[in-house]
Design a protein around this ligand. Sequence first.
Ligand code: ADP
Length: 231
Amino acid sequence: MIRLENIQRRYVSDEVETTALRDIDLEVADGEFLAIMGPSGCGKSTLLNTLGTVDRPTAGRYSFGERDLAALSEKELAKFRGATLGFVFQSFNLIDELTIEENVALGLAYRKDTATGAGQAGRRARVAAAMDKVAIAHRARHFPHQLSGGQQQRAAIARAIVGDPQLILADEPTGNLDTANGEQVMNILASLNAEGATIVMVTHSPSHADMAKRRIDMLDGRIVASAMRAI
Ligand code: ADP
């Protein structure tokens, strides 16, 4: 269970103050698939980045299971992120100089001993399994620029899931894709969730938000509506 309590986030730049998050209370249960919607500038990315611990709130509490994340140093947070979270971005963020399988293996960087089983062989097996899951194994030796956008995003999802994260954070994962590729990516996220993955996703697409189990709407830094999907 992930819990944000009374989170505030203010930015001050050039003496102009912006409040990106106001009075945010949010619980994300294990196995949940949550979509965040709202107009541009309402705080969606700041909320996702707060969940991802790449943005620190100005005030409020963030607990992840039993852990109080506000108490962790930057170094401890980096370790926590690497071991616990998987990130998927609108722009894929693959490294051009690395092959697809090398990119996917980056998702294991923080899991050297515990989660990877039998050393190198165990790591290779995990990478292969993650690529299989998103149907990208046939492009393992290719470089990102040799792949379509949809294939690149599937590879990025493989990188996010290869370490078996407790939470997947996706910031507009279909924003750079055409309709067919976007649907394919959404179907992958939905099936990962059906297998037990906990996912929080920012999206501008109401139909993609409808594939999540719950949708929250934000406006001006606040959560203004929350609705479970009708089944
Ligand atoms: P969204 O993802 O909904 O488009 P954001 O979370 O990116 O919204 O931004 C929320 C508000 O916070 C916006 O007004 C934005 O300009 C402001 N903001 C975001 N990041 C920063 C920053 N690093 N410095 C100053 N203001 C920021």
